[in-house]
Design a protein around this ligand. Sequence first.
Ligand code: HEC
Length: 275
Amino acid sequence: MTARLLALGAILAGGLVAADAPTGPRPTTGLHNLRYLTARVLSGSSPDGADGFASLKRLGVRTLVSVDGATPEVELAARCGLRYVHLPVGYDGIPPAQLARIAKALRDLPGPIYLHCHHGKHRGPAAATSALVCLGELSPDDAVRAMRDAGTDPRYAGLLGLPHTLRPLSAGDLDRVPSDFPAQAPTADLTQRMVQIDATWERLKARPDAAAALQLQEHYREARRLTEVARRGVAFTARLAEAEAAAGRLGASPTPREVTASQKLCVQCHAKFRD
Ligand code: HEC
């Protein structure tokens, strides 16, 4: 184990240490599922506001790579002197060109580098470990092990299966990959709407109320109006309409149980059309 990993152990134990030293914030406040994949590359959740970025700064991080669909909080990062790069990926695998860009970012941008998705369990660990396989810094077996450790769900077969389809890229291959790393990449309208659906959903789960249920219903209605949704066909549109109706049925005082039960509509649609 490297000195850096030992140091990380100490950092993660910071929650306990903090009990003896109540001054100052915990070193990892605002970050979840944080882990070092190599001495230079960490993965984890989207930083929770200013606290999360301040924690990254304290950890010495210099560059953030987001593979999430949400628009990165570039301003908050910049206030901590952190550069953001946005290279979003889906749940069904990562196209070779996008993976090569992520690998090049990890190779060339100032480290340590924090690569994140939303929760830090699925797309982030998959993208980071797969890019490290492309760089020859992890074996496919180690990459899959690291994903499982991070909590990547076995239902994302396209993510867990990815490392074994890869081999290291040559320095020349990587040199030819474009290095215009955007701070905010354009994302599809449906992706953006799903990011909002997810945020509303999190609110609803934390505190079920009529306003959030209504908002969820409205997001689904807006989603149905998108041209890309029409292109996906009637089966997809019908599922969106079903989810919209279910959100409507949550009504004025949804119970936590009803909210949780309606989650199966998210999971079922994702299983069929996304993952
Ligand atoms: C009718 C189908 C359908 C339903 C219902 C649905 N989704 Fe989605 N969702 C999708 C599809 C398709 C995508 C991928 C869109 C893309 O980026 O191409 C997606 C993407 C997402 C993403 C990824 C966004 C990103 O960062 O790229 C999240 C998060 C998400 N959905 C959350 C939810 C939640 C939470 C619910 C339920 C409250 C839900 N979705 C209900 C079809 C659905």
